[in-house]
Write a protein that binds this ligand. Structure first.
Ligand code: BGC
Length: 565
């Protein structure tokens, strides 16, 4: 361990905030690692990751030190939105394996003390779902159509969509279907996302019943909970009034008060699901993917009888500016505990520009829009990685639960140079290439520097090409380097666990200047320098540092964890 000795001001502690309740359930403090199955590890060699591939890598998750895994969708799907277009909620897509492979993966995780939550996609299904196929074959007004949002069009012969809503991925949110009979002139169905993702009608009790069945199917198999996709979107305002999204809003909600985001009725759905989970032992949990304008609004999803966690997207969207980071942390540690929930923290996922690139962007890159060869303000890789390591060191010292996205422990950047022809994100197609979308954060993981596809698959196949520079970022290369991002994550996670930081409380510390993020959690002092000049360090033993320290100074874009001597 390094030792620093300086004489900087003795900082005054402020009151503790965000203390977790005693008797905490696992999800209150857990570090949860997101696996995006198609890009994690491919055992079959077809270039698409699969469940046996994940099972073969569970020991790597143990050595990383995470508590739980969130598995993005692996259900049967035409894969138009990488599995977020579900054709059958209670099976496994042959691309990824079988139900037996799922059971083996879950058992393997549980044997190692790792919990597993799975993705649930209740806002929409695939158009290949049996219900939607039946709806297409049935007449307007039929019970089959009543499970989705079918409407007659406007105009003399219904030739105009029912309203002006736009799809999150670009283009109109309505698609017209062929007439089912001679009397019918062709209705329209709503899809807030791709046209192959029709929205369910959550005013229909049959939809509620079906999702209770789906929850029970996976709970009975032993999953520890669910990450709920587009949790803010299920209920639409009566009458479906016209609305055009705020162009400055992030694409999945942001500060946009749309008639399809965050409607009051969604909360009853989650109260119902809360009761379903409570029938099971083992502290099963629900986590809301709800893109909302503020931390306070997000906290409405985690009131005591609703979900257990909600992603803290305001935190993810915060730029690397000390005052902004301090503010969102303070707000979060006020708002979530105020309703009895843990704060959560997240910096990357499969929908956003990886934080090793995003934190060095000069231009704003709203969620989901992506960056590519023609984007302005390319991130400088070294700056992005330095900031990402510092931001992660701040995040993993915070009380509450943190989410990691596969590959961030290797410091993977967004892949900017993907050729147009390999892109798969519907955002790219629906905007005619105006938005690059999310493929750049979904490139398969490099495991082994000198293996085909860097060990992602035994054949060298990979559904998206991996950049040549990724040999140096591979896990095998980082394994050998104690200064690597992999070892930084391992150290932070080990100290977080040993010091009980997830169950701790934060006290801000003054005395390090406006550009520092400085706090204490337990007896660990955390100082991050988000400014442009070095910050003097106090005396103490360094437990972890996101980058090299220069004597008794904390360089820019660096964070340190230390304890007083
Ligand atoms: C998921 C996305 C997906 C969308 C539609 C999201 O928020 O995280 O990956 O495209 O929902 O299901």
């Amino acid at each position: 361990m390094d030792r620093t000795s300086t004489t900087s001001p003795s900082p005054a502690a402020e009151p503790l905030i965000g203390a977790s309740r005693p008797g905490a359930e696992w999800w209150r403090t857990a570090v949860i690692y997101q696996i995006y199955p198609r890009s994690f590890a491919d055992a079959s060699g077809d270039g698409i990751g699969d469940l046996p591939g994940i099972t073969s890598r569970l020991d790597d998750l143990v050595s990383l030190g995470v508590d739980a895994v969130w598995l993005s969708p692996f259900y049967p799907s035409p894969q138009n939105d990488a599995g977020y277009d579900v054709a059958d909620y209670c099976d496994v897509d042959p691309l990824f394996g079988t139900l037996a492979d799922f059971d083996a993966l879950l058992a393997g995780a549980h044997d190692r003390g790792i919990r597993m939550i799975v993705d649930l996609v209740p806002n929409h299904s695939s158009d290949q779902h049996a219900w939607f196929q039946a709806a297409l074959a049935a007449a307007p007004g039929s019970p089959e159509r009543g499970r989705y949002m079918f409407q007659d069009g406007r105009g003399a012969s219904g030739e105009l969509p029912p309203n002006n809503w736009e799809s999150v991925f670009g283009g109109p949110a309505w698609t017209r279907v062929p007439p089912a009979s001679r009397e019918d002139n062709g209705q329209w169905y709503l899809h807030l996302f791709d046209s192959t993702q029709p929205d369910f009608d959550w005013s229909n009790p049959e939809v509620h019943e079906e999702f209770r069945r789906i929850l029970r199917f996976w709970l009975d198999r032993g999953v520890d909970g669910f990450r709920v996709d587009v949790a803010h979107g299920l209920v639409k305002t009566d009458g479906l009034p016209d609305h055009l999204p705020d162009r400055d809003a992030v694409s999945l909600g942001g500060h946009d008060e749309a008639p399809y985001w965050g409607q009051e009725g969604v909360h009853d759905i989650y109260r119902d699901w809360h009761r379903v989970l409570a029938e099971y032992d083992g502290d099963r949990a629900l986590c809301a993917e709800a893109w909302l304008p503020t931390v306070d609004r997000t906290a409405e999803w985690v009131r005591p009888d609703e979900m257990h966690q909600a992603f803290n997207f305001p935190y993810l969207m915060t730029q690397w500016r000390a005052s902004a980071v301090r503010d969102v942390i303070s707000e979060s540690l006020r708002a979530f505990p105020a309703v009895g929930a843990p704060a959560t923290w997240v910096l990357s996922n499969h929908d956003v520009v990886r934080h090793a690139s995003r934190l060095a962007l000069t231009a704003e890159s709203p969620q989901g829009h992506g960056i590519g060869p023609g984007s302005p303000g390319r991130p400088i890789a070294a700056v992005g990685l330095r900031r990402a390591r510092a931001a992660t060191a701040v995040m993993l010292a915070l009380p509450g639960s943190a989410y990691l996205y596969q590959g961030e422990e290797l410091g993977l950047p967004e892949v900017v140079e993907l050729p147009d022809e390999v892109r798969r994100d519907p955002t790219w197609f629906r905007t005619d290439g105006a938005r690059y979308g999310r493929d750049g954060c979904r490139v398969p993981i490099p495991w082994t520097a000198d293996a085909p596809a860097y060990g992602f698959s035994p054949t060298g196949a990979a559904w998206l090409p991996q950049p040549a520079e990724w040999a140096a970022l591979s896990r095998s290369a980082q394994e050998e380097d104690p200064e690597s991002t992999l070892w930084l994550y391992r150290t932070l996670l080990a100290v977080r666990r040993a010091e009980g930081l997830g169950a701790g409380a934060l006290a801000w510390i003054d005395g390090y200047g406006a550009d520092a993020i400085a706090f204490r959690n337990g007896h660990v002092t955390v100082i991050a320098n988000a400014g442009t000049a070095p910050v003097a360090l106090p005396a103490g033993t360094v437990l972890a540092s996101s980058g090299p320290l220069t004597g008794a100074e904390l360089p820019v874009d660096t964070a340190v964890w230390l304890v007083a001597d």
